[in-house]
Design a protein around this ligand. Structure first.
Ligand SMILES: Cc1cc2nc3c(=O)[nH]c(=O)nc-3n(C[C@H](O)[C@H](O)[C@H](O)COP(=O)(O)OP(=O)(O)OC[C@H]3O[C@@H](n4cnc5c(N)ncnc54)[C@H](O)[C@@H]3O)c2cc1C
Length: 101
């Protein structure tokens, strides 16, 4: 990624979905030392492109799963996002949990 990131004090970014797009955004935020939460309904990123290799190399399948918590620590929350309340700047997860932006 070549874009510049400007830091705004008091801003907390919530990234919904840890797919290729989400993890790229979260990784950039992490490397810039910015406050963020990555939310995904699964506990691990599945590198589906690498899954093609797993289909021909025995034992490789497990390596196509990369646990979010190992990469993003406490900045990762597992849950299903149900809606985003833009007025209150909160993300509501299934079960009523809330993550603030
Ligand atoms: C087998 C396979 C091989 C592929 N090979 C290639 C390739 O060689 N080259 C290429 O360019 N592309 C390839 N693709 C396509 C590529 O994987 C997609 O374009 C890419 O994954 C899209 O990224 P994304 O971040 O937009 O979405 P996704 O990767 O689909 O990520 C979305 C994430 O959001 C999470 N999520 C969804 N809903 C919620 C919710 N309500 N709350 C919380 N989390 C949620 C999901 O769990 C998921 O982790 C392949 C796809 C497949 C299936």
């Amino acid at each position: 990624m070549g874009g510049q990131v400007s830091s705004v004090e008091g801003v907390h970014v919530v990234v919904v979905g840890g797919g290729f797009g989400g993890i790229a955004a979260a990784q950039q935020l992490k490397s810039e030392g910015l406050s963020f939460t990555l939310i995904d309904l699964r506990d691990a990123f599945h590198h589906n492109v690498a899954a093609l290799r797993a289909s021909v190399q025995p034992g490789f399948a497990q390596r196509t799963f990369i646990p979010y918590a190992e990469t993003f620590g406490d900045s990762f929350v597992q849950g299903r996002v149900e809606r985003v309340d833009t007025e209150r700047q909160t993300v509501i997860l299934q079960g009523g949990r809330v993550s603030s932006c």
